[in-house]
Design a protein around this ligand. Structure first.
Ligand code: PMT
Length: 393
């Protein structure tokens, strides 16, 4: 699986460091060339000899132990295809986020231009620390993948979130990241996500349960496949591509139309409200006993953004999503014909383990030609990848 790939494993000073010996074995068994960099503190938890034997390579700790003309922090960064830092302490995470390069590991991370995966492990209060969380968000916005720690008993005696995620997760994410090809290089992909918000008055609104996760996963995968990505979303995401924050269906329509002409692929994963309030109140609506015991809101239809795009598309490939609580395939077939899109991704939102807000999804891809392909339940990231690969093929 990993033949021909060079993985740079960064180990920092946390008790979970001992687990990384097994991770190195997993990479090696799958054919990778593994190079290990440790912070000086990591050496309190694992020995250089163990790591050297497992990786079958020299283990790097000291910054100024220069043997060749090219400084190690540059040559190690150049040689590797991916950098995986596990366990990552709050200290190392915060330094990398701020561009501090005060040891070999942080210097290599600073010089590393390819994919970085970070698996944090620390005390739960450190994980919840506001500054640490800000630094995590900052790294995510730069495209660093953070594999969130798990909850449970921690080595420090606390019960909470902070335990290193499973080695299988780190391994699978590494394999997945390395298998991305730049299939969408040169393509502009516009994706919508989240539920639109239709104001009733300055206090209340009508919306839906969309978390934006499906669209965000699609945008991240499209970026990893080399696309120029624009994510039009109602949710506050941070990412290393253009994000346009919108609120209502009308805002979303304008934002999508602004990007449409220059786009190659448009994917409407957002849950767009079909109706908005006809007369939004400018001031907070008051309840008056005996006067307005009931309240009737008059709603008007929103434009169907997807349908409008399909009517004016030239070279663009337009993909819709379809959220159904019953008769999934029947309704999806009707919808693809009515909207006129090239593909429709149907998902069942009656289940709590897939669809709205969950981390997983299970979808059926419908093509204009009538072809149907079911994708089994998987994380939204895996589903996103399969959808984009399918469309590409
Ligand atoms: O955001 P998550 O929590 O991760 O959940 C993901 C999801 C369930 C929201 C997503 O997978 C999904 O199904 N999105 C589409 C939801 C939806 O609005 O479905 P629909 O069947 O009502 O609409 C069909 C298509 O028309 C959609 O592509 C929608 O974006 C589009 N539409 C709908 C109404 C409208 N006025 N304009 C539109 O463009």
């Amino acid at each position: 699986m990993l033949k021909g790939k060079c993985i740079l494993v960064g180990i920092t000073g946390g008790i979970a460091a001992y687990k990384i010996c097994e991770l190195i074995r997993m990479y090696k068994k799958n054919g990778a060339d593994v190079k290990v960099i440790c912070t000086p503190n990591a050496m309190n938890f694992v020995t250089k000899l163990t790591l050297q034997n497992l990786s079958q390579n020299e283990v790097y700790v000291q910054e100024f132990d220069v043997k060749e003309w090219k400084p190690e922090h540059i040559s190690l960064a150049d040689e590797a295809d991916i950098m995986v830092i596990a366990p990552a302490t709050a200290n190392t995470i915060s330094k990398i986020a701020q561009g501090i390069a005060d040891n070999l590991l942080t210097s290599v991370a600073c010089a590393f231009s390819k994919k970085i995966i970070i698996a944090p492990a620390m005390n739960c209060n450190m994980w919840n620390n506001e500054t640490v969380q800000e630094n995590i968000k900052k790294l995510q916005s730069k495209g660093v993948e953070i594999l969130e720690p798990e909850s449970g008993f921690l080595a420090c005696g606390y019960l909470g979130k902070g335990r290193l995620c499973s080695l299988e997760k780190i391994f699978n994410e590494t394999v997945e990241a390395l298998s991305y090809s730049q299939k969408l290089a040169g393509k502009k992909v516009v994706i919508t996500s989240g539920g639109t918000i239709e104001d009733i008055d300055p206090v209340r609104y009508i919306s839906n349960y969309s978390s934006g996760k499906m669209g965000f996963a699609l945008a991240n995968v499209a970026k990893e496949m080399g696309a120029e990505v624009v994510l039009i979303t109602t949710k506050p995401f941070e990412a290393p591509y253009k994000i346009v924050k919108v609120k209502s269906a009308l805002d979303m329509q304008k934002a999508v139309e602004d990007e449409f002409e220059t786009s190659d692929i448009v994917i409407m994963a957002a849950a767009v409200a079909d109706y908005r309030v006809k007369n939004q109140a400018e001031q907070k609506m008051k309840k008056v006993a005996g006067v307005n015991e009931t309240l009737t809101l008059e709603l008007v239809q929103n434009p169907d953004i997807l349908k409008c795009l399909c009517e004016k598309k030239i070279h663009q490939l337009v993909v819709g999503f379809c959220a159904e609580s019953e008769n999934l395939l029947e309704n999806a077939k009707e919808k693809i014909a009515k909207k006129g899109c090239d593909y429709l991704i149907a998902n069942d939102i009656s289940r709590s383990d897939i669809g709205f807000s969950s981390d997983d999804n299970e979808v059926t891809i419908l093509e204009k030609s009538g072809k149907i392909e079911k994708l089994e339940k998987a994380s939204k990231k895996v589903i996103a990848r399969k959808i984009l690969e399918y469309i590409y093929e």
